[in-house]
Write a new protein. Structure first.
Length: 336
């Protein structure tokens, strides 16, 4: 416990951590100010008009579905402008995941139910960057300055010391991310109550938002562990920054261009960003422009999917592997 307490004090005292916290607060303030400036509380007339438009849109969907069924049954001749899917159930409003709502037709109004998922992803992006940079600087600066050597004189067990540093970092980041999320989303919920519109905040909404938050939080912790591991291997903060920069430039950008020139099928399978997107979104679909090149039939399914499970497996494998290598190297090498 003394070691963990000491690491918490060291972490909180770092100027880089304090700087990142200040930047996070500034970004939060700018986002709140922008939202307040672009939103207003809808009047009863606006709400009534929006409700009518939503009801009319639902009736239009019902009419289109009924017409599709009649055309398929042969009781109604099709019009040249009719959209006929292979199965009329595809346009059945009773089976739709989401129907038009009042909030869809409110202009210049911040709707919490619509904007919360996007705001949550923005927060996750900030926290992921924060966690990666803080983790890399936390261990990188200690290794480069000799702070770890001094700590080992007090607690001469390398594995325990490094595990305490990583565990303290991840624990503090977990608490910080949870508190930040409550403050962040709570602020925008209040804005929606007093200067916007809440939208449909039912059980399915909170369940979906909670799932997104849980996946985002795990991603933040994994990226922090990655930054910690890479900086440990490189013995410097810049090692983590250089590794990420090299990966993005050489692979995420360079390899995309090469795969495009070589006409490689399903190229998104080879990028880490694709698995991050699959994990955050609960699965993701990509378009393969080569899938239907030689298909002479009327229909071709050119999409392919990456599942949430695949994203988790890739992220966990990469993180656990690099952390294990970092611990092994830390135990064996000369720190002086």
């Amino acid at each position: 416990m003394r070691l963990v307490r000491a690491e918490l004090e060291r972490l909180a005292a770092r100027r880089f951590v304090q700087l990142m916290l200040a930047l996070l607060v500034v970004a939060f303030a700018v986002t709140v100010a922008t939202t307040l400036a672009g939103s207003h509380r809808p009047s009863p007339l606006e709400l009534s008009r929006a409700q009518g438009q939503a009801a009319e849109a639902v009736r239009g969907m019902e009419t289109a579905h009924t017409r599709c069924l009649q055309i398929k049954q042969g009781t109604l001749p099709p019009d040249e402008n009719d959209y006929l899917p292979r199965d009329c159930a595809e346009i059945d409003p009773a089976l739709a995941e989401e129907l038009p709502s009042t909030a869809d037709y409110l202009s210049g109004v911040f709707v919490f139910a619509h904007e919360a998922p996007t705001l949550l992803y923005v927060l996750v992006a900030f926290l992921a960057m924060f966690g990666f940079l803080v983790a890399a600087s936390y261990i990188g600066a200690d290794l480069n300055s000799g702070g770890v050597v001094n700590l080992l004189l007090w607690r001469p067990r390398r594995g325990v010391v490094l595990a305490a540093k990583l565990g303290t970092l991840l624990g503090a980041l977990l608490v910080f991310a949870a508190l930040t999320t409550v403050v962040f989303l709570g602020t925008f919920w209040l804005i929606a109550q007093w200067g916007g519109h809440p939208g449909a905040l039912d059980g399915s909404f909170w369940s979906d938002l909670g799932g997104r938050w849980g996946r985002g939080l795990l991603l933040v912790l994994l990226l922090a562990a990655l930054g910690f591991a890479i900086a440990t291997l490189g013995r410097h903060t810049s090692a983590a920054l250089g590794a990420v920069t090299a990966y993005v430039v050489v692979w995420e950008l360079g390899a995309r261009l090469v795969f495009e020139i070589l006409a490689v099928g399903r190229p998104d399978r080879w990028y880490l960003s694709s698995y991050v997107a699959a994990w955050l979104n609960g699965g993701v679909r990509f378009w393969d422009r080569l899938a239907c090149g030689g298909n002479s039939g009327e229909f071709c399914e050119g999409y392919y999917s990456l599942s949430m499970g695949a994203g988790l497996v890739v992220l966990l494998t990469l993180t656990v592997g690099l952390v294990a290598v970092a611990f092994t190297a830390f135990r064996r090498r000369d720190l002086i």
